[in-house]
Design a protein around this ligand. Structure first.
Ligand code: ZN
Length: 298
């Protein structure tokens, strides 16, 4: 019998162990202290998916594409204005197609001191791609962002956090500093592949700290927002409070085309105001936090 025909409950131990060990959290990377005596670190991120959320499944809905364009016309400017007002640096993860549609947006993000990281070509799902296609797209996306922004990305966030069995090997081959798509911890850690250290750092995300989970809506499916902005703010604030109490890391993911509305963007503003009212909070890009923890891990 072909071993691939076996059902999971029939798998030999070596088979399920190999699946689990393909990509694994290794050494924790938690510094004893944060820079300048800070008590915790804050990593804000914005995934500028814009029209690629529609395009990636072959969709051509003009209505949904217009929601993507809102991300560029209203979402990103509102977010950048808040970051500027509070003097906070953040990370933007941008599909190459978004960057090609809106090169000026990316140049403004870089000019204002933020980081731009890889976020796929057209927000493709890595786990359904052949390995060679994933590798080619990831490399081409990096080159495209570099040619538009003038800065070569050092990190990746896989689109929809869809991380294939090949993603880490490609990320390591490219010499990237970090990934930010996985969820094995609240603090940074080194990624392991097949039981070996890779040197690639994970700055972990969580759906709990992602606006899309609470606010996504599709007119022709059953998907509707199910949490009020006030409650979303409360969840994010409690996640931050825990990081401050534990001396750890608070990472947040938002989307310009989801959060960049008058009734929601206040969540970001209030959250930053609240975090800045606490003493000893270090705001930094994902790349800067990863560089720091790599150097100062206990
Ligand atoms: Zn995305």
């Amino acid at each position: 019998m072909d071993p691939t025909d076996l059902q999971p409950w029939q798998w030999p131990e070596a088979q399920w162990r190999a699946i689990v060990d393909r990509v694994r959290a290794g050494r924790p990377l938690r510094p004893r202290d944060w820079p300048d005596g800070a008590r915790c670190a804050v990593a804000l991120s914005f995934d500028s998916d814009h029209e690629t959320n529609e395009l990636r499944d072959g969709g051509e809905s003009i209505g949904r594409l217009s929601q993507g364009q809102y991300g560029n016309r209203q979402g990103v400017p509102r977010i950048l204005d808040i970051l500027h007002r509070f003097d906070v640096r953040a990370s933007f993860f941008v599909p190459a197609v978004s960057a090609l549609l809106y090169p000026d947006e990316q140049r403004r993000v870089i000019a204002e001191g933020h980081e731009i990281g890889i976020h796929g070509w057209i927000h493709e799902r890595n786990s359904v791609l052949p390995a060679a296609s994933e590798r080619e797209l990831q490399m081409r996306s990096c080159d495209t962002l570099e040619s538009i922004c003038g800065v070569r990305p050092v990190g990746i966030r896989t689109p929809s956090w869809d991380f294939s069995a090949n993603t880490l090997a490609i990320t390591r081959e490219m010499g990237l500093l970090y990934d930010s798509s996985l969820m094995a911890d609240v603090d940074c850690y080194e990624l392991m592949m097949d039981g070996e250290n890779t040197g690639v750092v994970e700055l972990p995300v969580e759906w709990i700290r992602d606006d899309a989970v609470y606010f996504n809506m599709n007119r022709f499916a059953a998907l509707r927002p199910y949490t009020s902005p006030r409650e979303v703010f409360d969840i994010f604030r409690r996640e931050f409070d825990g990081a401050l109490r534990e001396g750890g890391l608070f990472q947040l993911t938002m989307h310009p085309h989801i959060t960049g509305y008058r009734s929601r963007v206040w969540i970001l503003e209030e959250l930053i105001r609240y975090m800045q009212s606490q003493s000893g909070v270090w705001f930094a890009t994902h790349a800067d936090i990863v560089r720091y923890v790599k150097q100062h891990a206990t």
